[in-house]
Design a protein around this ligand. Structure first.
Ligand SMILES: Nc1ncnc2c1ncn2[C@@H]1O[C@H](COP(=O)(O)OP(=O)(O)O)[C@@H](O)[C@H]1O
Ligand SMILES: [Mg+2]
Length: 290
């Protein structure tokens, strides 16, 4: 697989402090190297506050690194002219955790999905909304859902709308930042199934950011561990990462809550719901934890 996106020696500092206090910089990223190859799904795990979302924003081109850079197809994203930068933004899309905050409540689902089609492909509003209908079907919603407003969707359905929006401009890669973290476990499982299906069908590269090891375990080709502002380890599975014995992965494994309570499994079986997480995932994580 050839390299699609690569972060090289990325540093990111946030200046904090108030009017009276001298600003003390918070050095969040301290030389991050991370490569994502074409069609590859990379999980990015680490404790809350370690800098995963910051790296995600840098990779998306939303924040400029203080040092280092990001290459796309071998070319420096932050040195790109307006047209090429826009092309990059089209090719690398994002799905965030906070679905309510990620959409305009006064826009219909069709208009939400249409936005990148208008911005990046220059389609008229009418054309773009019509194009949104098959996209909504691809993410398991109905074509007529294009006419509904966000308030009429559940959290899981709204996340599907956001996924359709991310897919609309036919990107090469999608950054999922805690994209299923606010969903309950059964809905999480269905959305993860959808992401897996889309990935396979489209050959999408993904950066799947999560504090939850179980979520990345079933989805990713490789898992990178962020600690102390760098990628401290990268392995082919969560189990292999656990075997690396890095103190940061030990702490993350200790924080994995027990698997889904039995009554949920029973309910899932009777409702014909999919398993919250594939059995091998739970097994992989618990074996890894031993
Ligand atoms: N815009 C910002 N200004 C100041 N500090 C920030 C900003 N964004 C993030 N931080 C701080 O940077 C650190 C890393 O945050 P973040 O990247 O969100 O971590 P994670 O996604 O791993 O939970 C945190 O201490 C956070 O408070
Ligand atoms: Mg985050």
């Amino acid at each position: 697989m050839t390299s699609l996106i690569s972060a090289k020696g990325v540093h990111r500092l946030y200046r904090r402090g108030g009017f009276f206090r001298k600003a003390e910089p918070l050095h969040v990223l301290r030389g991050v190297d991370l490569e994502i190859r074409e069609g590859e799904a990379v999980g990015l795990v680490g404790r809350s506050g370690c800098g995963k979302s910051t790296l995600g924003r840098v990779v998306l081109g939303l924040e400029r690194p203080d040092e280092g850079t990001v290459l796309y197809d071998g070319r420096d994203v932050f040195a790109a002219d307006g047209e090429r930068f826009k092309e990059y933004r089209r090719n690398v899309q994002v799905v965030f955790q906070n679905v309510q905050g990620a959409v305009n409540p006064r826009m219909t689902a069709g208009e939400i999905v249409a936005e990148p089609l208008r911005n990046f492909l220059g389609l008229s509003k009418k054309e773009a909304v019509e194009r949104s209908r098959p996209l909504l079907e691809q993410v398991g919603l109905k074509s007529s859902d294009a006419d509904k407003f966000p308030a009429h969707f559940s959290g899981g359905e709204l996340q599907r709308v956001c996924i359709a929006r991310a897919l609309a401009p036919e990107p090469k890669a999608v950054v999922f930042d805690e994209a299923v973290s606010s969903l309950d476990m059964l809905v999480q499982a269905r959305v993860l199934d959808l992401i897996r299906k889309i990935r396979d069908e489209r050959g999408l590269a993904c950066l799947f950011i999560s504090h939850d090891l179980r979520v990345v375990a079933g989805l990713c080709d490789e898992v990178a561990l962020m600690a102390d502002g760098v990628i401290a380890a990268r392995e082919r599975s969560v189990a292999a990462l656990a075997a690396s014995g890095h103190p940061a992965i030990k702490r993350l494994l200790e924080s994995v809550p027990p698997s889904r309570p039995l009554h949920c499994r029973e309910r899932a079986a009777t409702d014909g719901e999919p398993e919250a997480l594939p059995v091998h995932v739970a097994a992989g994580v618990s074996q890894a934890a031993m």
